[in-house]
Design a protein around this ligand. Structure first.
Ligand SMILES: [Zn+2]
Length: 227
């Protein structure tokens, strides 16, 4: 294993094969955790509950544990095969200009919040953070994505960077399952403004947070603060 890094929503293990006769000496093992998957570092013989795969290292092992079995492991021969089509909002490629171009392209009528979940535009955003980003940007999640003006796009860009960096600093959001490789749970759930807070007072205006369904996923927002 030469390098381990995040690639969109996947964790990639960049590996070099030991067989010199092989055409491709490099492989990428892509792990997608999905809902309940986690990677843990343990001893060779550790067998936690719901263990699905064990990657044996020279010392110890990486354990893939997944209660609900939605997680996946795939092997790619090059990085291009593993590449998501969209822009990673945590990289320098994510500029206001790039976001503007993405918003103006494609289906104009798609509402903003489902638009944020499309991995061929922005990579890595999940359902929790999409609702949070719309709230911080003060944008109604039902608005047509392509209808945002320059100031609104600037707010959306800023909110995306702000929410993701704060969530990464807090080691993610843990409701029940997420743990990092050392078994540490996330703590961003205590900072959530709207997600899961339907019926509770908005942290900004005290009015009740609404919950709606968009593209089969729950969306939480404040109809007073988000226009
Ligand atoms: Zn409000």
């Amino acid at each position: 294993v030469e390098r381990v890094f995040r690639w969109g929503k996947q964790v990639l293990f960049q590996c070099k094969t030991r067989c010199a006769a092989e055409e491709h000496t490099q492989r990428f093992l892509a792990v997608h955790l999905r809902m309940t998957g986690r990677l843990l570092i343990g001893a060779h013989d550790t067998s936690p509950k719901h263990l699905r795969a064990r990657l044996v290292l020279d010392e110890g092992a990486v354990l893939f544990v997944d209660t609900r079995r939605f997680g996946t492991l795939e092997v790619y021969e090059n990085l291009e095969q593993a590449s998501p089509a969209g822009v990673d909002p945590t990289t320098a490629d994510f500029t206001i200009e790039r976001l503007t171009a993405l918003l103006k392209r494609g289906r104009s009528e798609q509402p903003l919040k489902p638009w944020l979940l499309r991995q061929d535009r922005l990579v890595g955003l999940g359902n929790i953070y999409a609702s949070e980003i719309c709230f911080i940007a003060r944008l109604d999640p039902r608005r047509a994505a392509s209808g945002l003006n320059a100031d609104e796009i600037r707010r959306l860009h800023g909110a995306t960077c702000e929410v993701l960096s704060a969530a990464i600093d807090a080691c993610g959001t843990t409701f029940s399952d997420f743990q990092d490789a050392h078994g540490v749970t996330g703590s961003y759930q205590q900072f959530l403004s709207v997600y899961g807070r339907n019926g509770l007072p908005c942290r900004s205006c005290d009015r009740s947070i609404d919950k709606i369904i968009q593209a089969q996923r729950s969306t939480f927002f404040c109809s007073h603060c988000q226009r």
